[in-house]
Design a binder for this molecule. Sequence first.
Ligand code: AP5
Length: 211
Amino acid sequence: MKLILLGAPGAGKGTQAELLQKALQAPVISTGNLLRAAIAEGSKLGLAAKEYMDGGRLVPDELIISLVQEKLAAPECAHGAIFDGFPRTVAQAEALDGIGGADAALSIEVSDAEIEERMCGRRTCPNCQTTYHITHNPPRREGVCDKCGAALGIRKDDEPGVVKERLRIYHEQTEPLIEYYRAQGKLREVPGQGTVTETTALIFKALSICS
Ligand code: AP5
């Protein structure tokens, strides 16, 4: 199955992608994580992406589309993938349609006010990219990643001013994809204001997955 996770920055796409990965036995393609890894490596892609990401703006479509094409061609994606943070523009959605498209697009709906609160409390592992929240989803040991033991940090684009810009860009450039996938009959909408567990249950129901 090829599944797209849509939603504003901080709606919980990464958190739910990790849980869905186990249920669907499909790899996650997170363009945000791939770009952050490219920045950490100091690669050409990372150098090109950094300024856009730090300012909360979208990385140009052509860079993202070739990155996703390369990932999708890998053998582990032969039976499907979960897209976290892709597509984010109509041009990206059209490019995905050109290489087989997706089976479903799941939109996680969260208000802007809740997003801003979540971003303030997010902590991210710079090593394995797992995300936590200081109150809603804390690590077992404060400040330490449960999975790899690295010290948790705060993403540069989680600063309040940058979060506002990311939300503005989401409403302008990514939200139109809700109608794009509705028109294709592939859209599933799920309220994401509840707890992580409540939201997972709603997602599984929307996708007819048994938990
Ligand atoms: P990316 O990394 O994709 O960021 P994003 O979409 O802004 O999403 P986030 O990772 O911020 O949030 P999320 O929805 O995954 O939420 P999370 O699960 O972490 O992209 C970063 C940048 O890269 C972009 O700004 C852009 O520059 C570039 N980029 C990436 N893809 C691109 C593309 N396709 N095209 C162009 N540019 C691209 O949850 C957030 C917090 O809330 C966490 O602390 C979590 O623990 C907590 N939380 C989650 N669920 C709940 C819940 N139900 N209740 C309470 N707390 C919760």
